[in-house]
Structure formats: structure tokens, C-alpha cells
Design a protein around this ligand. Sequence first.
Ligand code: NAP
Length: 298
Amino acid sequence: MTNRKGKEFRLKSRPIGVPAPENFLLAEVDVPEPGPGQVLVRNAYMSVDPYMRGRMIDRRSYAPPFQVGETMTGGAVGQVVAAGAGAPFGVGDHVLSMAGWREWFVSSGAEMLQKFDPIPGVGLQTYLGAFGMPGLTAYVGLTRIAELKAGERVFVSAASGAVGAVVCQIAKAKGCYVVGSAGWDEKCDYLTAELHCDRAINYKTVGDLDAAVAAAFPDGIDVYFDNVGGGHLEAAIGNMRTFGRIAACGMIEQYNATGTTAGPRNMILVVGRSLTIRGFIVSNHYDLLGDFLRDMAA
Ligand SMILES: NC(=O)c1ccc[n+]([C@@H]2O[C@H](COP(=O)([O-])OP(=O)(O)OC[C@H]3O[C@@H](n4cnc5c(N)ncnc54)[C@H](OP(=O)(O)O)[C@@H]3O)[C@@H](O)[C@H]2O)c1
């Protein structure tokens, strides 16, 4: 045992609706020394991702639920500060792991440690964002799931978020016409001014979302990247071109819902317009990691 103390977040109770500070406990723990084959990692950044909201509910899903009283886990980037004999990584190595929500951890083999060499000038936190899981999600959704082609018309919801912002930029890099939706004017300005989206829709102030999407896509949508579900999905389906594709990435509108959630009520159009709606979970597509890193680096 060192005399180091570390902080970590535990789930104190399962939230109902929007999570609140009282659902979490910040605990102080002793930091042990690494044993043979183990490393001690100091996390620099941890990621707070929407899927974690689902893990706070006690139900079967693709990711197991967090347990009340236990330290939470999630994507993190850190550096090895001590290594036991025969450890797979050395002091100073940068590692990605699933051991977030804590300052320090000693590897036990369950943290999915992955060594990486940071690219000079790329901040470590980027490996949890554009260069990490959310960026890969955008890449998989656009290239494999929606089979995006150059010059197509693309609609993106939650467009200024970690996934959406990369979706917008990949689609623009492929010469597409891109419209993003977000819930604040500042985010809409960011979409057009910094990410070079052709248009942005503030879904909170626009009133009739379906009409706004129709106005932004007079010739219809080829690809809808769905991060939100509900009303956004309905508006997209209503404006899809024949043979359009929808990458169902997330439905964040539902994550904090306590009652029945909205639509879409126009699924019948999926038939007449020969639409493809395909869901995906990024962890099933890590075979694209090499292509993703190559393309994103370029
Ligand atoms: N399939 C996969 O493998 C995979 C992997 C990663 C993420 N995802 C999904 O991708 C989506 C985006 O994730 P992210 O990492 O980009 O999240 P993020 O950076 O946290 O951004 C999420 C954004 O969603 C918007 N939002 C929240 N509630 C909303 C609502 N009721 N209606 C419309 N927009 C709402 C908010 O932006 P506004 O202020 O603009 O509303 C928020 O900033 C989520 O649905 C997530 O579950 C899926």
C-alpha cells in the first residue's frame, strides 16, 4: 500500500428521470501498489457518455448495469505510474481503459487496457472524443451502417455532441450537404461557423420540426444519423428520399424518460420509400479501428 489516496465515484442510488448529485457518492480510497504483472494508472480524463444513463437502470442490456454501492466504470485515458514485475506496460505509457470515474487504479485484467502513443499536438482528452469511441461511432455509422456516398444529403441530430460533431465533419469532408440539429443557438452557430454545416436547426425554438427539416431538405434526405429518436426520427422519416438510409445510433430523447415516449408515427413510409433503418453498437465494429485512425489522422 502507498500512502496515496484517490477519489472515485460510486452509484449511491438509481436515478429516476434526470440524474442528480445525490445519486452519486465521491469516496476516498487507499491506492495500492501494483503486484506482479499489474500496473498502477493515474487517469488524466474520464468520459461521461449517454450510454451510462442506461447502465444506471437495473435491466439486461448490451452493457451490464452499474451496481449500487460500487465504483462506476467507463472510458478513461491515463498514464502508467508504477509497474509490477512482468507487467505488459511500462512507466510513462499512455493507456486507454474502461476504468474511469476514479483517479487511480491498479489493473486487474478487466479494464481493457490499451496502450497508445499520443500524436504530438493532439490532447489526451481527444482519445475519448473525436479520436476515440465517439469518433469511431460516427465513422462506423456513416461508412458501414449508412454506406454514405460523396455528395449525399445528410441530416444529423444531437449534431454538436461528441458523436454528432464528428458525423458532421466526416460528411462535409466527403462533400455532402449537411444539416445538423441542436438545442441551443450557440451550438447551432458552432455547427455552421466551425463545423461548416450547410444549415443548423434549433429543435427547441423551431416549433414545427418536420416543417423545418422539409425546408432544409427540399430534395429530401439520403442519410439520417439518428442520435435522438422520437420526434427527430419522425421528422427524418417524413423527409427521406426513396432508398434512404438511417443509422440508428442512439435515442437520447428516451434516456431520462419516466413515461411513454414519442413516435415515430409514420413508420409506414419505411415501406413505400424502401428505407433502410439499421441500428448498431460500436463495440461490434472495432475491426474498423485501423481504417478509422488512418482516415481521422489524415
Ligand atoms: N450506438 C453506439 O454504439 C453509440 C456509441 C456512442 C454514442 N451513442 C449514442 O450517440 C448519441 C450521442 O452521444 P454523444 O456521445 O455524442 O453524446 P453527448 O456528447 O453527451 O451529446 C448528447 C447531446 O444530445 C442532446 N440531447 C439530449 N437530450 C436530448 C433530447 N431530449 N432531444 C434532443 N437532443 C437531446 C444534447 O444536445 P442539445 O443541447 O443540442 O439538445 C446533448 O448535448 C447518444 O444517443 C448516444 O447514446 C451510441
